[in-house]
Design a protein around this ligand. Structure first.
Ligand code: GDP
Length: 522
């Protein structure tokens, strides 16, 4: 049997404008997946033009949809999962981060750690996702490198291990010195895409450094020596356990440090990790094919109401045409036209290995959190729904469209854009979202994709919790609180509270009931 190429499945986390898109383009470029920088954006715009609702994306300059890009370099296959950058989409982002083995954190050298970087970092930490740091934009005036490293270390409580050092920044920038190999990468002086020649030095004492750095040679020597003495050296094990972050300085725009980043991922980022599941974690070496759906995207092509479920392969060798069983329903699903997300285009996949993502076109059968298996049931855990922080009643502009509304809301709920609750009393659906922007997306998509004009009215409830407990207790609680009870779209009972005070009061009094802010697909 042929041995599959090593896999690195990762995401980029960053604050908007730090350079994630630019870095993505360059990774694909160096990875040989595309031939011209800028194509990612251009392709993105094509796709955008096809769907009206994505105007919100453009207007706000954010990326709501996420995708998967696969590229190859030096015999390693890289699967880059794009995460939406806006804080309102933390739910979607969170789920995407359940499907990666590591993350690259991009920081703007002039700004340091920003709010969104920090939030996403916390999500990674929750799941022990190891992080490589890329301090971007060294071609511009940035903050002092020591200050940046100390900030990462202090704010994120992580050891930092710089792998390279910038000789100056901005107008002074002379190149990057690799602290481990002593190679010096200098710009070629032509302006754009200027990753120039690599010069092998014998170390910081090498007189070539003087020729390369001119007036700032001594500064590079002093700083690099201080860095070597003052910060941790790379310990791949600590990194993989999430206790240390290797740091690269670079410039995505000017191609500096991008190859070093790919090499670092290949060299020490973790290979596909065991995935948490019941009855026990699934090892990538397990022979049966298994995986979980971490994302569903509807209407990628508005011509047909297709839905793509994104499946992360956790174990086994997947082959096209295989039948996999949806554990939640027991249903067998033949996967005849799985999709690989190569940057250039979607390609039909014949085989996929642990760490790979395949897209499975389906008509709403597959849902976020679904486990798919070849033989033995396993249920992947840790892909939650989050309790909504905003609840709204849906008001329909044209009452004859109630069927379309229902279809649309169910679709959106399947995608994880919103949650949908059916109150036990009354007939009006309640949608729940984690952030305000999701409501705007919902309204525009209802119009653009389903031709349904709708608006939202405040609901008397502000927040919701899934409830569980002993059946008799549960029944008593539901009977006592019928007016505040609803079911989610799987029929699971949900308690809606008017405000946090009421929620507190009820949760403290009802000790026999478990209130949960997240729910995983059973
Ligand atoms: P995103 O919001 O994180 O995806 O950021 P983008 O990749 O769109 O970059 C935001 C802005 O920063 C754009 O104007 C980029 O051209 C610019 N940018 C990205 N990387 C660099 C870099 O290395 N140097 C400089 N000078 N600008 C950069």
């Amino acid at each position: 049997m042929s041995v599959p190429a090593p896999r690195r499945t990762f995401a980029i986390i960053s604050h908007p404008d730090a350079g994630k898109t630019t870095l993505t383009e360059k990774l694909l470029l160096f990875g040989g997946a595309i031939h011209m920088a800028g194509e990612v954006r251009a392709r993105g715009q094509n796709r955008r033009a096809r769907s009206d609702w994505m105007k919100i994306e453009q207007a706000r300059g954010i990326s709501v949809t996420s995708s998967v890009m696969t590229f190859e370099r030096g015999g390693t296959v890289f699967n880059l999962l794009d995460t939406p950058g806006h804080e309102d989409f933390s739910e979607d982002t969170y789920r995407t981060l359940t499907a990666v083995d590591s993350a690259v954190m991009v920081i703007d050298a002039a700004r340091g750690i920003e709010a969104q970087t920090r939030k996403l970092f916390e999500v990674c930490r929750l799941r022990d996702v190891p992080i490589l740091t890329f301090i971007n934009k060294v071609d511009r005036e940035g903050r002092d490198p020591f200050e940046l490293l100390d900030e990462i270390s202090d704010m994120l409580a992580l050891d930092v291990a710089p792998l390279n050092w910038p000789a100056g920044m901005g107008g002074e920038f002379k190149g990057l010195y690799d602290l481990r190999s002593h190679k010096f990468l200098k710009p070629d002086g032509t302006g754009t895409n200027a990753a120039g020649a690599t010069v092998q030095t014998t170390g910081l004492d090498d007189p070539q450094i003087d020729a390369l750095c001119g007036p700032i040679a001594q500064r590079l020597r002093d700083q690099a020596e201080l860095a070597l003495g003052g910060y941790a050296t790379l310990d791949a094990d600590l990194y993989r356990r999430g206790a240390l972050t290797p740091v690269l300085f670079g410039s995505a725009l000017k191609d500096f440090g991008v190859e070093a980043l790919i090499d670092a991922l290949a060299e020490f980022a973790p290979a596909p990790r065991p995935q948490p599941a019941l009855p026990e974690a699934v090892e990538p070496t397990d022979t049966q094919v298994s995986g979980f759906v971490f994302k569903v995207q509807a209407n990628m092509n508005p011509q047909h109401r297709d839905r793509i479920a994104f499946l992360r392969i956790a174990s086994g060798k997947f082959r096209r045409g295989m039948k996999l069983r949806q554990v939640a329903t027991g249903k067998a699903i033949a996967i005849n036209s799985p999709i690989f997300f190569f940057a250039q285009d979607r390609e039909i996949a014949d085989e996929a290995f642990p760490g790979d993502i395949i897209g499975i076109p389906n008509h709403g059968v597959l849902r976020v959190g679904d486990s798919l298996v070849e033989k033995d049931d396993v249920t992947f855990t840790g892909i939650p729904n989050f309790a909504p922080e905003i609840l709204r009643r849906v008001r329909l502009g044209d009452p004859t469209k109630s069927k379309q509304l229902r279809t649309a809301l169910t679709d959106m709920a399947e995608e994880g854009v919103t949650q949908l609750f059916k109150p036990l009393l009354g007939s009006q659906w309640v949608v729940g979202v984690v952030g305000q922007l999701q409501l705007e997306v919902l309204i525009s998509r209802l119009e653009a994709e389903y031709r349904v004009a709708a608006s939202f009215e405040p609901s008397p409830y502000e927040t919701a919790r899934w409830i569980a407990g002993d059946p008799a207790e549960l029944k008593r609680f539901i009977d006592d609180n019928r007016g505040a009870m609803a079911e989610d779209r799987d029929g699971a009972p949900v308690f809606m509270a008017r405000d946090s005070w009421e929620l507190n009061y009820v949760t403290q009094r009802e000790t026999a009931i478990r209130f949960s802010a997240t729910r995983e697909r059973a």
